[in-house]
Design a protein. Sequence first.
Length: 446
Amino acid sequence: MDLTRRLFKGGLNSKLVRVFVLQVLAISMATVLGVYAAALIVERVLVQEALNGEAEHFWANYREDSDFPLPNTNNLRGFMARRSDFSGVPDWLRDQPPGFHRVREGPASEPVVHVSDHGGNRLYLVFDEVQVSGLAFYFGIAPLTGVLLLIYLLTWLGYLMSRRAVSTVVRLAEQVRDYDLASGDFERFSVDEVGDPSDAEVVTLVNAFNQFIERMESFIQRERNFTRNASHELRTPLAVLKANLELLERFDSPERRARIQERLGRTVRDMESLVETLLILARETESKLSWSSVVLNDLLAELLDQVERAVPREQVKTSIKATGLAEVDAPERVLAIVFTNLLRNALTYTKAGTVEVLIDRGGVSVKDTGCGMSEADLERMFEPFYRGHDRSNEGYGLGLAIVRRLCNRFEWELHADSELGVGTEIRVEFSRVKFQPFAEKPKALS
């Protein structure tokens, strides 16, 4: 938890603060360097060029008129030493060689001095840059400071707007951090709770997280379904194995024992296929299931024989009636799981009477004359672990739930009709059936 908090302290808000602080520091540094560069340009370029121009202008006029007056303005003063006569030159200037210098004139004055020689005479031009510095402040630094303050203000406003823009992402991140997958609640995120529904990026993030939660919920549900389905579906082949093993111990005839051994081998193969099918159904897609053309008449005859051995009912008469030969393209093991559950359910809840399988052009119906169900039980018959009013039989109430799940997954229609004390009929309809009708009346296959 402490690590998580430290990570969130270094989240988007902190990154925004760092970005804008670095931006302000960079702007300030650039401004300072710009002001310093401007000062250097003023002093070393503009002032020096101006003093060079003044000196050349003076010497040009002095050659024509030796009485040409020295410069004497508010910012520029001129002094000359004629023929090594420095009487007219202040002491603090006399030792300066030709060129540009900064010379301390007094405690608070250090003007720029330009010294040049011509015809044995030396000219000193003293430039007082105080006035120029004042003008530079009023026309340069003051506006620059105002621009800098405006940039700071805009940067602060940009930070506030950026923080507001990412606040929804931060809130979403906090909700993701606090989301508890272990609770099994799988509550979806709401855009209204996170931020503005018109924010396309936030909507995209919320939808992505919700899709992730849906997949997680699907994974966990498939894992739970696999656990209970495997334990449920393996009971029938295990019962067949047990019954045939008992028969194998009872009979000594080689022919009978060979038939029983063949039946045992077939049941083991069915169990292997069943486990493989359940494992594949536990995945996201059914792409690895083996699809084939299955003749429903043959499959149901074999399944009914297996279920009768697993759930013996001496007072129940079973039959298969078909109006034609029905063939569907589907995974055979999935069909076997569906119809095995329907047949086993019909025999389990029919103590005496009939269990009839009808094969027609549209699909397959399994009809029994068992205990039947009330309307309330009929509405809930496909719920996992629901066993209705009759709880005297063994089972976990998963068979019909598996049937519905498989029918939904393969887009087969499932219908149920029942009346308490009369019986139940469950029908599976397929969208595409290759059907060859019999010429005469429906045939009884068993």
